[in-house]
Design a protein around this ligand. Structure first.
Ligand SMILES: [Zn+2]
Length: 301
């Protein structure tokens, strides 16, 4: 999902310089956390949130969705945009879905609605696009998540990707929390990491631990109900629980972290330039185009 080799090379260089891309050398606990077993259990214990949605008129979309579509070689005219209204929030989440995406709109709405609303707060926009394999990436600075492939049954990916936005926004001026001394000190108290994917780098390890932390909070019996050697990673997931607090606890109401993205015209064929419709009200004037951070890319399966 790299737009060019140049961009890829830049990203690698940026990550190497920060140390964030370094593979972790701590051993994987044995048995590892069976993440592929967590989805049905999470579906059972995370209740859906009642919702309704309405579709935008064709022609307009959030800037992020247009930029991602163009970077992916997709046509912005093929993107459908929805306001999704959950009963625990008076503000709609705007979701984008390319009409060829394997994941359905209903799955996107259901999965996202099962996340505790105080965790949903960190997510701004979601965009489902078609693609082979399971892949997601998150513009963690602003909580925009792109999902690729047939991911509907994997609710843990929603948790993992939101976890990257949490990581980036605990102390936003300081970079990722997973790169902080506070995190490294706790990480060093454990002898192990949770699974093979966590070995990728510290940001991926943190996002996996967000799944562990949520599972431990919402499932009766906690993480110990699926992995007996939970103590091998206790300091990591307990630290995630401490810094996230009630973001991991269902209930409450929304307090959205980010204003919605700027709304733009799909392109000249949409004729938006001549439209008198007012899409400015209630939308952020914040633009990220010139200084957008690159996304955290996750190869999920
Ligand atoms: Zn990830």
């Amino acid at each position: 999902m790299f737009t060019s080799f140049t961009r890829w090379a830049w990203m690698v260089a940026a990550y190497l310089s920060s140390g964030a891309l370094a593979q972790l050398d701590k051993p994987i606990m044995s048995p590892a956390v069976p993440f592929d077993h967590t989805d049905p259990i999470l579906f059972e214990h995370l209740s859906p949130t009642a919702s309704t949605y309405d579709q935008w008129g064709w022609g307009w979309l959030p800037l992020r969705c247009k930029a991602v579509a163009e970077a992916e070689g997709l046509n912005p005219y093929d993107v459908n945009v929805y306001n999704v209204h959950y009963e625990d929030c008076d503000q709609a989440w705007v979701m984008c879905r390319h009409h060829g995406a394997q994941v359905s709109l209903e799955q996107m709405i259901d999965n996202f609605g099962r996340l505790p609303v105080r965790l949903r707060n960190i997510v701004r926009h979601q965009f489902a696009i078609p693609g082979d394999g399971l892949l997601a990436y998150t513009y963690s600075d602003l909580g925009d998540i792109v999902f690729t492939g047939d991911i509907g049954q994997y609710i843990r990916f929603w948790v993992h990707e939101a976890g990257h936005a949490v990581d980036r926004n605990i102390n936003p001026s300081q970079g990722d929390y997973s790169s902080s001394d506070a995190w490294i000190n706790e990480y060093n108290k454990d002898g192990y990491i949770c699974d093979e994917y966590a070995k990728t780098n510290m940001a991926e390890n943190f996002a996996q631990e967000v799944i562990v932390a949520l599972f431990d909070k919402v499932i009766p019996g906690g993480i110990g109900s699926i992995v007996p050697n939970w103590n091998d990673i206790f300091h990591q997931y307990a630290t995630v629980q401490a810094v996230m607090g009630d973001m991991l606890i269902p209930g409450g109401t929304c307090n959205r972290r980010f204003a919605d993205d700027t709304i733009v015209c799909m392109g000249p064929a949409a004729g938006c330039e001549s439209s008198k419709r007012d899409y400015e009200q209630g939308n952020s004037t914040e633009t990220y185009t010139a200084e957008s951070e690159d996304p955290v890319i996750c190869t999920l399966g």
